[in-house]
Design a protein. Structure first.
Lengths: 249, 524
């Protein structure tokens, strides 16, 4: 469980995040969605300890995030960026195992075993891991990034637009896989996306934000059927993709 | 600085060892230099400034001293300008050099008028120095013009110059700066010429002959005056003091090396103006070596360096290029560049890291290394000699090291600052400890810029190292400095060409280093 308590953040005089309190329940996946500049990335980065909040606190399973434990908590948190954030000078395999090597987690053999396991989980042929990121496709890179995030078996997984840079077909395929991975691993997952379909498909809960505050949190159905304010319906309408309409027809 | 070199089979342990190894090598090389500094047998160190007459006189002193059989005599050739050679004398790096009374009075002791030897010695005594053994000639400054200019403007004395504000003046840097030089001319003769041009003395004659300048400073024993039929203007208001050539030496010399000293005293009054002019001509015009000139001078008044030949037979250019001292100069030059750039890397990379990660340190660090770069090399050397109490390789290394910092620090800073924010964030979010982030992610990502900085630094350093010769640290600069002093273009080229070749070799060497250090996907 991740508990966000009265967290707020401003840059100069612009409010990036108004005082916000949310609870991310253990074992569930929450999608954060909203228009550009709504504060969803800021919220995720404050939770990840990459940005310091002006006020308020983030509590991980009863442990308050602070300067002294931020690195320990990061080791228990998987993080996936939009472009994967893979290090270009290392092979995909080394990207995946780097942290474990540095902190001396597990033996060489056990790390190899873990790589095999995760490659199977994200359905990436192991041979591909010998490549450098630039020699992988966008989809492959995100799979590697996912392996890296999961390597230390984290309690929490944070994803910032993980599929945002992919073509629609690759994206579709990966959405399906992510959903099955989340379902299988039962981790506390926070996923930032700008795509309502993805948010609804992957998230047990959807958190809609606007102008630095949370507009509504609930299941996709709740958002559609009991909008907290007119903006919710407006946003859902604007987000309906042509494909979804065809599906509906 | 360890581990900025990512190893191909990267384990943190590997990298620490390799970095440590480089440091150990650098220290070993430095220590290896020290025995060169230590001395056992008695040695007389003779200095000279960077012009022909000074070289010739120093060689005569060296040879006379050596013939006394008491001590080994070493000639440290062409030590920059008066400031540098005087610093070297005060610091005890040399024991003696030939100086002029006018220079001692006005430049070294700050008098506005000439003073006799006793007065000078009273003031030199607290410095532990003595001036003595007048050699027998007066080599004063003078101004000279082309004969046709003298004729068309009816110039005979310095006073005649005043109405001709359009004449172009070209003076040696030293003459321009000295209180008894240009400044005295302006105040006494009311010269209103536009700013004179500063020009290397050995090249000034060429500029005069080709008509680029009209008036230049000469020494009265300059053989070129006669050779080019120049008209020397009379110092009618007598602002140039007498410049009697004397030996300026450390006061302990007569007691430390009495027999050598006795031999040097025999030089008193032995060189008249004509002899000096002829010896200068032997070196500059007829191309005899300083050692040959000194040898024939000491053999007696009738001996001649030429042995009856009008012109020395010069060896072919290739023979001069690879001749005699080629290996020694190459070794010295290589050592200067390699050590200074290695030190520059060990200091510059951490400074660059510091500048990149501590916002408050950025401007001070980048500013400081930038300013270092703007200090003229001779000024820096002249400053370093009294601070380090020595001439030679140590101050040269310090100067080259300081100059090597800018490209290395700047490129390290830029390389680290240019890392994509998403990669920086990604390293942070992974939970990599700070040291590991720097060593395994950020430095490898910046490695191309960093190696590029070291490469630039090394190539520049090959050129800058030629100034080391001005403080007796050797290298190809020795040939360039003597070539310049003697107007000997072949000798100049015999120094400049190998330096250029060495710069190219460094360029190629770093091509290999790049392949070794920069991770494959990051290479151009």
């Amino acid at each position: 469980m991740i508990d966000v308590q009265e967290v707020e953040k401003s840059y100069d005089r612009t409010v990036a995040l108004a005082p916000t309190s949310i609870r991310f329940e253990a074992g569930t996946t929450t999608s954060i969605i909203g228009p550009s500049g709504c504060g969803k990335s800021t919220l995720l980065r404050i939770v990840a300890g990459l940005i310091e909040a002006d006020r308020g606190q983030v509590v991980y399973d009863g442990e308050k995030l602070g300067a002294e434990n931020v690195n320990a908590l990061r080791l228990r948190t998987g993080f996936v960026l939009q472009d994967g954030g893979l290090f270009p000078h290392l092979t995909a395999r080394r990207n995946v195992t780097l942290v474990a090597e540095v902190i001396g987690r597990g033996s060489v053999a056990s790390r190899e075993e873990r790589v095999r396991e995760l490659a199977a989980l994200v359905r990436l042929p192991e041979a591909r891991l010998a490549n450098h990121p630039r020699d992988l496709s966008g989809g492959e890179r995100q799979r590697v990034s996912m392996m890296r995030a999961l390597f230390l078996d984290p309690s929490w997984v944070l994803l910032d637009e993980p599929l945002g840079a992919l073509d629609p077909i690759t994206r579709r395929g990966l959405q399906t896989e992510l959903r099955s991975i989340f379902a299988r691993l039962k981790k506390t997952v926070i996923l930032v996306t700008h795509d309502m379909g993805e948010a609804a498909y992957l998230g047990d809960r959807v958190l809609l934000m606007r102008g630095g505050r949370v507009v509504q949190k609930g299941t996709a159905r709740e958002l559609a059927e009991q909008p907290a304010e007119p903006f919710v319906s407006e946003f859902l309408r604007a987000q309906r993709a042509p494909l979804d309409e065809e599906d509906a027809a | 600085m360890r581990g900025f070199v990512p190893s191909p089979q990267p384990s943190p342990l590997h990298q620490t060892r390799r970095g440590g190894g480089l440091l150990a090598i650098a220290i070993a090389v430095l220590l290896g230099l020290l025995p060169r500094v230590a001395r056992a047998e008695p040695v007389l160190d003779v200095g000279s400034k960077r012009f022909t007459e000074s070289y010739v006189l120093a060689e005569i002193v060296r040879k006379a001293a050596e013939d006394a059989g008491e001590a080994r005599a070493v000639h440290h050739q062409g030590l920059g300008n008066t400031g540098i050679v005087f610093s070297a004398l005060k610091a005890g790096n040399i024991d003696v050099y030939a100086e002029y009374t006018g220079t001692i009075a006005r430049e070294l002791l700050g008098h506005t008028v000439a003073a006799d030897l006793d007065t000078l010695n009273r003031e030199l005594a607290p410095l532990g120095l003595t001036a003595g053994v007048p050699l027998g000639f007066n080599d004063t400054y003078a101004l000279a013009v082309r004969p046709e200019v003298a004729k068309s403007r009816t110039l005979r004395t310095l006073s005649d110059l005043a109405p001709h504000a359009d004449l172009r003046f070209g003076f040696s840097q030293e003459f321009l700066e000295r209180s008894d030089g240009w400044r005295a001319l302006v105040s006494t003769y009311r010269l209103q010429a536009p700013r004179p041009r500063a020009i290397e003395h050995a090249l000034a004659y060429k500029a005069l002959v080709t008509g680029d300048i009209d008036v230049l400073d000469v020494y009265s024993t300059d053989p070129k005056v006669e050779e080019d039929h120049l008209v020397v203007l009379e110092d009618d208001k007598q602002i140039f003091p007498r410049y009697d050539a004397v030996l300026l030496y450390r006061s302990d010399l007569p007691t430390r090396l009495p027999r050598t000293w006795a031999a040097l005293q025999r030089l008193k009054g032995s060189v008249d103006e004509k002899t000096m002019t002829r010896m200068n001509a032997d070196a500059e015009v007829r191309g005899f070596g300083f050692d040959a000139i000194a040898k024939s001078f000491l053999q007696g008044p009738h001996a001649d360096a030429s042995g009856g030949v009008e012109q020395a037979v010069r060896p072919s250019f290739l023979a001069r290029l690879f001749g005699g001292d080629f290996l020694r100069l190459t070794g010295e030059h290589l050592l200067l560049v390699a050590i200074s750039v290695a030190l520059g890397t060990f200091v510059g990379v951490p400074l660059g890291i510091w500048a990149a990660y501590r916002r408050r340190a950025t401007q001070p660090i980048l500013g400081a290394v930038g300013i270092l770069q703007t200090i003229p090399s001779l000024a820096l050397l002249a400053f370093l000699i009294p601070v380090l109490h020595r001439i030679g390789i140590v101050p040269a290394l310090v100067a080259l090291f300081l100059y090597s910092l800018l490209p290395i620090v700047r490129n390290t800073y830029t390389g680290l600052s240019d890392i994509a924010p998403s990669l920086r964030e990604s390293a942070l979010a992974l939970g990599l400890p700070r040291g590991a982030r720097l060593r395994l992610v950020e430095l490898p990502l910046a490695s191309r810029a960093i190696v590029g900085g070291v490469k630039t630094s090394a190539v520049i350093s090959v050129g800058t190292a030629t100034i080391a010769a001005f403080i007796g640290a050797g290298g190809y600069g020795e040939r360039i400095a003597s070539g310049l002093a003697l107007s000997d273009n072949d000798l100049l080229l015999a120094g400049a060409i190998p330096a250029a070749a060495m710069a190219l070799l460094f360029e190629a060497f770093f091509g290999v280093v790049e392949r070794w250090v920069i991770p494959r996907p990051l290479r151009a």
